[in-house]
Design a protein around this ligand. Structure first.
Ligand SMILES: Nc1ncnc2c1ncn2[C@@H]1O[C@H](COP(=O)(O)OP(=O)(O)OP(=O)(O)O)[C@@H](O)[C@H]1O
Ligand SMILES: [Mg+2]
Length: 360
């Protein structure tokens, strides 16, 4: 799929901007602090309905203004969609697709597919499992609405259960309530575990290939899903048993300590745990391979390529890796930001200066 155009009004540091993107590689260049990442953020919002970098949506509105709008036109194989996003100064977001208001984020998912890569994504390898679960949840939710629905139900139930465990853990009569919630957690949690396992198995192949290309086949990357629930059958039943078995402990802890909200992606290079041992360069290569793998899985499953958003990643990569990455961008529409434009490949170029976008 391709983003044809993007219009911003009072979004971050943009008063009013309008961009018509080209196919393939689009380079957004300009000095630090001019609004390059802000522009990618606006695109990401039209896909995921959440910012990749803030949870304070009111910060998305230009200081001193009352509301921001982002209007994006995406062209897919068989049709075009116009996404109109509005954010008010309290941070409340509203979205309409082709003029029809949408109440739930789940309905926006799947309209515009994106894969976002920034230097922050290095966190994927070494930081806490939260980042790796987010990677899975965002990737899967974009491809499978049913995954997103299960995820929402699971998280809601988990929150209620944790509140109860925190507030009333010493009361004797919470077990009936816990039984109800545990059944819900086991049902939805099993869906999350099954889908994540499948996704990681596919990603292991796709990311492994990219990793070989980028690293020159020096080391073998292996990705696997790490969960306390073993085996491939009866996951729901096993999860329920595990949750029940830890009830006493969880009452003492004051939170639910078993389930997919505690799972992780195991990342290994030649059998060594990269989460502990990967060097900076290895982390970069792994994160990039995982992101490119995400693009390919999306394309193979959905039959459309997602738009690749590359924020400031070139300076982080050596020349060879830059070349490999840029070669790939021929195949998809890519929006790439950088401070200096000196790429040896053809691209549509945009110069950004203080919230103004110009071709060239
Ligand atoms: N709500 C807002 N209202 C006005 N300006 C804002 C708002 N939010 C962010 N900005 C401004 O946007 C600018 C940062 O934009 P952005 O992060 O997109 O820069 P960048 O071009 O990606 O820079 P770098 O090359 O350093 O990554 C800052 O000057 C910041 O003050
Ligand atoms: Mg930036």
């Amino acid at each position: 799929m391709k983003i044809k155009s993007l219009e911003l009004k009072n979004f971050r540091n943009y008063s009013s901007a309008s961009v018509q993107f080209g196919d393939g590689l689009n380079v957004l260049h300009g000095q630090n602090g001019v609004g390059k990442t802000n522009l990618l953020e606006s695109v990401y919002l039209c896909s995921i309905f959440k910012s990749p970098r803030t949870t304070k949506d009111k910060d998305l509105v230009k200081l001193g203004e009352t509301s921001a709008t982002v209007k994006l036109v995406v062209e897919k194989k068989y049709r075009k969609h116009t996404i109109l996003l509005q954010i008010d100064s309290a941070g409340k977001k509203k979205v309409a697709v082709d003029g029809i208001p949408i109440d739930r984020a789940g309905e926006l998912l799947g309209i515009l597919g994106v894969v976002f890569f920034s230097p922050d994504e290095m966190k994927l390898v070494k930081e806490s499992p939260v980042e790796r679960r987010r990677f899975l949840d965002v990737g899967l939710s974009q491809q499978q609405k049913s995954y997103f629905i299960s995820l929402q139900r699971y998280n809601k139930t988990l929150k209620q259960k944790n509140n109860l465990l925190k507030e009333y853990r010493y009361s004797s009569n919470i077990d009936d309530m816990l039984d109800v919630w545990d059944a819900g957690l086991a049902k939805e949690g099993a869906i999350l575990i099954e889908r994540r396992k499948q996704y990681i198995a596919t990603l292991n192949d796709a990311a492994g290939k990219f990793h070989n290309i980028i690293s020159g086949q020096k080391e073998q990357l292996k990705l696997s899903y790490e969960t306390s629930i073993s085996g491939a059958d009866d996951i729901s039943q096993k999860l329920l048993e595990a949750i029940k078995a830890s009830r006493q402990k969880d009452k003492e802890l004051g939170f639910c300590s078993v389930g997919p909200h505690r799972d992780d992606i195991k990342i290994e290079l030649d059998g060594k745990d990269s989460r502990k041992f990967a060097s900076q360069g290895q982390q970069r290569t792994i994160a990039l391979a995982m992101k490119l793998g995400e693009v390919v899985i999306y394309r193979d499953d959905i039959g459309e390529t997602p738009v690749l958003l590359l924020d400031d990643v070139l300076s982080e990569l050596d020349e060879n890796r830059q070349k490999i990455l840029l070669q790939m961008t021929n195949e998809f529409q890519t929006l790439l930001t950088c401070t200096q434009y000196d790429l040896p490949v053809p691209a549509s170029k945009f110069l950004i200066s203080d919230g103004v976008v110009k071709r060239g």
